[in-house]
Ligand binder design. Structure first.
Ligand SMILES: Nc1nc2c(ncn2[C@@H]2O[C@H](COP(=O)(O)OP(=O)(O)OP(=O)(O)O)[C@@H](O)[C@H]2O)c(=O)[nH]1
Ligand SMILES: [Mg+2]
Length: 298
């Protein structure tokens, strides 16, 4: 028996890409829990989110980032872009996520911004959406010609295809060192932050197009009562009219948001949650540094 013992590897992996390519869905699929919120609308993620995957031979600390934007310029958007560039500074490996069949000018622009020294693994996501699987190989050949990618890995984050293979591939690029987190830890985010995010996700999923971008969530109270978490949160909006839409007829919309968010929290925290929600108007909050700071976007 002369089996070579592989050393344990651990390191940080940034997940970047333009809005809506499936970065957060991929993170959740890698970690096996919803630590980062997702929606079909772009710009769902607003700040750096971590997810930890511990395997037999490696520990991968993922850093999910907001979709990098080239068009909008509010203070909130600037904060989001900063979160992307900061995430790139301390990582061992970068995952650039793109959509199968589409390598756009925005993808290329983002690629050009990446620090030259870091290894970049290209992840081609949403392969389940390709009408013809035969299109994948020519697409891989096309993108391979544009940059010296360390690896090119096709996946479907929603179906889980290729995700385990991706984790194994990334592990090979991490430095040899012991695990930095316990095997049961899945994120660096606090429960307080995760609670606010679960509520924000419902705003993205249940409301029309404009509203989620003009809203944010503030946790006013988070206390343990025995094994139950009692959480009070405010949804911050920009206009009086938005308040009415979020509350809905007889409070039905707000109730739906609260119920769905609570169920997610109970699953993630593994205990009962009592959630109370309010809606508050703060005009111009996306440009207000004080409010942005209070929300953790400062
Ligand atoms: N068909 C398909 N849809 C996917 C896949 N991965 C993600 N999606 C969908 O793509 C949409 C965007 O997913 P997110 O994970 O929120 O994307 P993101 O890149 O984190 O977006 P931002 O945070 O807004 O930049 C959601 O509707 C996902 O369900 C996939 O593998 N296949
Ligand atoms: Mg995201």
């Amino acid at each position: 028996m002369s089996q070579k013992l592989e050393a344990f590897r651990a390191g940080y992996v940034a997940i970047i890409g333009r809005p809506n390519v499936g970065k957060s869905t991929l993170l959740n699929s890698l970690v096996g829990q919803k630590v980062s919120i997702t929606s079909r609308k772009p710009q769902t993620t607003r700040q750096r989110i971590t997810g930890i995957l511990t395997r037999d031979d490696a520990q991968l600390m993922f850093v999910d980032t907001p979709g990098f934007q080239t068009r909008h310029v509010s203070a909130l958007n600037r904060h989001m872009n900063r979160a992307v560039t900061q995430a790139l500074t301390d990582v061992d490996v970068i995952l650039l996520v793109i959509e199968a069949g589409r390598f756009s000018a925005e993808d290329r622009a983002l690629l050009a911004l990446l620090p030259g020294k870091r290894r970049v693994l290209l992840v081609i996501n949403k392969i389940d959406r390709l009408a013809d699987r035969g299109l994948l190989l020519p697409f891989i050949a096309e993108v391979a010609g544009t940059h010296d990618f360390a690896e090119i890995v096709p996946v479907s984050a929603t179906k889980g295809h290729g995700v385990d293979e991706l984790a194994r591939t990334i592990s090979r690029y991490l430095p040899e060192q012991p695990a930095l987190y316990g095997a049961d830890e899945i994120t660096e985010s606090t429960e307080r932050f995760l609670a606010a995010e679960m509520i924000r996700e419902k705003l993205f999923r249940l409301l029309g197009d404009e509203l989620p971008y003009a809203s944010a969530v503030l946790i006013d109270k988070f206390v343990m009562e025995g094994t139950m978490r009692r959480i009070h949160a405010s949804i911050i909006v920009d206009k009086d009219a938005h308040k009415g839409i979020i509350i809905g007829a007889q409070g039905a919309q707000l109730k739906a948001i609260g119920t769905k968010a609570r169920l997610d929290m109970e699953k993630l925290f593994g205990g009962k949650v009592h959630l109370e929600l309010w809606v508050k108007v703060k005009r111009g909050w996306t440009e207000n540094q004080q409010v942005l700071k209070q929300l953790g976007y400062g």
